[in-house]
Design a protein around this ligand. Structure first.
Ligand SMILES: [Zn+2]
Length: 188
């Protein structure tokens, strides 16, 4: 009986920690039930996942910076931002301010990669998951993640991508992958 209680606590504990790290709470609840305290340790040491970028929030910020004429902050946004859609919006605002850096970015391969993701591009990434390879960074999953991915359950990669984030917007994963591959530095 005491073991059942301990394992249940591990399940709920894992779910709570996973949630605080932007990971799948449901998935980690089951991992907690399966692996008990070991799962608690694993999720405890895992890196927190970045919260999904709020594109609308970013758009508002770009609009504000444009009105203020803060070209440097816009250029910084292009460098730091991982969402190509946001990068492009910032570059357009920067170009509208007459700043060369905005124009340079709009002519870069990263800006040109901003096309709506095609279904076959999304399928290719989903196939990688089935093979046990992270669709974003390309590194192989560990055995637990591999097992979960093969059973179409939740997985999380060290690069921060998880099945929860991917399922929310596979198109965004395609865009992020292209950003990683093609991002050119903004010239001064
Ligand atoms: Zn990865």
């Amino acid at each position: 009986m005491i073991f059942v209680i301990i394992w249940l606590i591990c399940g709920f504990g894992c779910a709570a920690i996973a949630k605080s790290k932007n990971k799948s709470a449901g998935g980690w609840f089951f991992i907690g039930i399966l692996f008990g305290p070991l799962a608690l340790l694993i999720v405890g040491f895992m890196k927190a996942e970045e919260a999904p970028t709020d594109t609308l929030e970013a758009k508002k910020r770009i609009e504000k910076l444009k009105v203020m004429g803060d070209a440097d902050a816009l250029a910084e946004m292009i460098v730091d931002e991982t969402d190509l859609r946001v990068c492009r919006n910032a570059a357009e605002a920067l170009a509208a301010l007459g700043d060369e850096r905005g124009k340079n970015y709009l002519e870069s391969p990263a800006a040109k990669a901003y096309d709506e993701p095609k279904p076959e591009e999304i399928q290719a990434l989903q196939d990688l998951v089935k093979e046990g390879i992270c669709p974003l960074c390309g590194s192989p999953f560990g055995w637990i993640e591999k097992f979960f991915a093969s059973k179409n359950l939740g997985w999380t990669c060290n690069c921060g991508l998880s099945s929860a984030l991917a399922k929310r917007d596979w198109g965004k994963v395609v865009v992020r992958k292209k950003t990683r591959a093609a991002k050119a530095p903004v010239k001064d």
